[in-house]
Design a protein. Structure first.
Length: 346
């Protein structure tokens, strides 16, 4: 069978495939009230990263699913990235993963069994790193290659970290540099350097295990991960859920070094425009902030970093946890404050 580029089989890749925030809200509607299940701790009310259901006074189960089309052409790397991205939602709730199920949709007339097997093996490799089994799953014959996981985790009910519990004065910390979507767009255009590809794979396959270490820190009030809606989109979810506004200092935001010159050239996925069209009305950019910087803040991240809202007195402890676990770019990027749910960027 003659193989083709994986990215050439999909109209979008990674979390750039996500339906734009405004359209998604139109499709799903607004959750008016909490669902009538007293043990459902986290449902659909605040666009959180995963559902959480209390089993007893000591345990709650976290359930999430995430899948997408290829962001890279190497099948093993594609599987690794998709699995890392899916498991991240467990860590973003402060939990520990325990098991996964595979979601597989492949154009079997275009991809060989060997290529499909490598995708699955990539996912299995990441799950081994996370210490969990892939215990089953489901597969279909589809027009575009799709891979991801249903991920399950556990957490103490008192340690669940929502995206809706930020407080006035909280400091915002971002765990990974931005620019994944920019690098992926350059790859699809066949202009990405070897160093750029290596940085793309390295950041998107680094598990956000630190999330389970942040959960017991009392000063950590809100937690989420930055994916397809970009930094601004996921920060706005924190703002809306918490009833606060946020301020971001662009010069403090970590950016992947290989993505920076590409972003300055205007390279990026179409998801950037969709994101800004969806929520740009809720963002106040400083008049002097260059357009490429505005776009980078809306860049669709795949397997992005954790975004933490933390009390000022716990900032150093949180940064230490990040650095001890290899997140060298983790940085303070702004703060939460009183006001309507908006983001201002300086």
């Amino acid at each position: 069978m003659s193989e083709v580029r994986l990215t050439g089989l999909s109209h979008g890749g990674g979390c750039g495939c996500k339906i734009a925030p405004a359209l998604l809200q139109e499709i799903l509607g607004v959750a008016k009230e909490k669902l009538p299940f007293p043990d459902l701790m986290v449902g659909t009310e605040t666009s959180d990263d995963a559902a959480v259901y209390r089993l007893n006074d000591e345990q709650a189960i976290i359930a999430t699913t995430d899948f997408f089309m290829p962001i890279v052409d190497d099948p093993f790397d594609f599987g690794r990235i998709a699995a890392t991205n899916a498991i991240s939602d467990i860590y973003a709730m402060g939990g520990t993963p325990i098991m996964a199920l595979a979601i597989v949709g492949m154009p079997i007339d275009k991809l060989s069994p060997e290529t499909i097997r490598k995708i699955l093996q990539g996912g299995e490799a990441v799950c081994r790193d996370a210490g969990i089994p892939i215990a089953g799953g489901h597969s279909i014959d589809s027009q575009e290659p799709i891979y991801g996981l249903v991920a399950l985790g556990i957490v103490h009910p008192k340690l669940v970290k929502k995206n809706s519990a930020a407080r006035d004065g909280d400091v915002l910390i971002l765990g990974k540099g931005l620019g994944v979507g920019v690098l992926a767009a350059a790859l699809k255009k066949e202009i990405l350097s070897d160093a750029g590809y290596q940085q793309l794979v390295t950041t998107t396959t680094k598990l956000n295990k630190v999330g389970s270490q942040l959960a017991p820190i009392a000063g950590v009030h809100a937690l989420t991960d930055v994916t397809g809606f970009g930094l601004l989109g996921h920060l706005l979810e924190i703002c809306r859920g918490s009833g606060l506004s946020a301020q971001v200092n662009f010069d403090q935001v970590p950016v992947l070094s290989e993505a920076l010159p590409l972003a300055q050239q205007g390279i990026g996925p179409g998801a950037i425009g969709r994101n800004l069209a969806s929520y740009g009305h809720a963002v106040d950019f400083a008049p002097t902030l260059e357009e490429w910087k505005q776009r980078l803040l809306a860049d669709a991240q795949t397997s992005g970093g954790l975004l933490v809202a933390v009390a000022p007195e716990s900032v150093e402890e949180v940064l230490a946890r990040f650095r001890e676990t290899g997140f060298t770019q983790a940085a303070v990027i702004g703060r939460m404050q009183q006001g309507a749910p908006r983001v201002s960027v300086q």
